[in-house]
Write a protein that binds this ligand. Structure first.
Ligand SMILES: C[S@@+](CC[C@H](N)C(=O)[O-])C[C@H]1O[C@@H](n2cnc3c(N)ncnc32)[C@H](O)[C@@H]1O
Length: 270
């Protein structure tokens, strides 16, 4: 992929910001009914709770997951970034990922880690109507938005929303039929990524599935224009090796569209 010059990067960044700004009025209207003070009750919002790296200037904005405004703009940001290179919405990426699990498989429980606004679980909720969902993230703001979305689509009764750190979730061994996540590891420092993978393996049921999606591992528009503090760690991380090292088998690394990729795998039946 050709390297982008400074002018092209700036033009790209400007276009993305314009798209997000244009989308914001309808987003504010969509989520206007959220009473943040009420919804945040029971969650931790103190600076100390979050992993240190969350406070870094991810996408050039410090603490972007620890306030409602930037979390509300998340879906618009993803949709603004992805159509520029892929001509699909971000949710289509999740729908394609959900299709990697055959529809005739019995799925009881799904855990989404670093769920953000819950798009991965939402796609699985549509594909597997009998499954129940644990939507988790360290950011309570993301969880409030995810819950709003699930309720709106009538899936709220099938889901719980839990403030969980993916590094040490606290769930018992062998808890979930599917453990899924997306766009998490390009934002985690390299010392944490293998630990999170091990944790994912530990809490997946024998015979269960891992589903993961992330972004291009090279210089490309998003990384070039939107600061990603741990991009070098991500680029040099050998995901096929590390998913296998965590214990997963039947692994498939699947390129999706320009730069985006999936990993699907299983935890062996014992
Ligand atoms: C780039 S966003 C991706 C959100 C969502 N998965 C998606 O695909 O749109 C990364 C998310 O991971 C969350 N996160 C980062 N580190 C985490 C951790 N250690 N445990 C749980 N969530 C984490 C952030 O709060 C944020 O919501």
């Amino acid at each position: 992929m050709p390297r982008w010059n400074a002018e092209k990067k700036q033009a790209y960044r400007t276009e993305v910001i314009q798209r997000i700004t244009a989308a914001m009025p309808s987003i504010m209207q969509e989520y206007a009914s959220i009473n943040w003070t009420e919804e945040l009750k029971g969650y931790r919002t103190d600076h100390e709770y979050y992993p240190d790296y969350i406070h870094a200037p991810i996408h050039g904005i410090s603490d972007s997951y620890t306030n409602s405004q930037s979390c509300l703009s998340w879906d618009a940001a993803m949709d603004a970034i992805i159509p520029l290179s892929h001509n699909v919405s971000c949710q289509q990426l999740r729908e394609k990922m959900a299709e990697l699990i055959p529809q005739d498989i019995e799925i009881e429980t799904v855990l989404e880690l670093g769920a953000g606004t819950g798009g991965g679980a939402l796609a699985l909720a549509q594909r597997f109507p009998q499954a129940t969902f644990h939507i988790t993230d360290v950011s309570p703001y993301m969880l409030v938005i995810a819950q709003h979305k699930f309720n709106k689509l009538g899936f709220g009764h099938r889901a719980s929303f839990e403030q969980v750190d993916a590094r040490y979730t606290g769930y018992p061994d062998n808890s979930f039929t599917v453990v899924t996540s997306s766009l998490l590891f390009h934002e985690t420092p390299k010392e944490w990524t293998p630990k999170i993978l091990k944790e994912m393996y530990r809490i997946t049921k024998p015979g269960g599935w891992i589903l993961y999606a992330d972004t291009y591992r090279g210089e490309y528009a998003l990384s070039a224009s939107f600061q990603e503090p741990w991009l070098d760690d991500f680029i040099h991380f050998n995901f096929e090796y590390e998913f296998a090292k965590a214990g997963f088998t039947e692994l498939k690394y699947i390129p999706y569209a320009v730069g985006l990729w999936y990993m699907v795998g299983r935890k062996l039946e014992t």
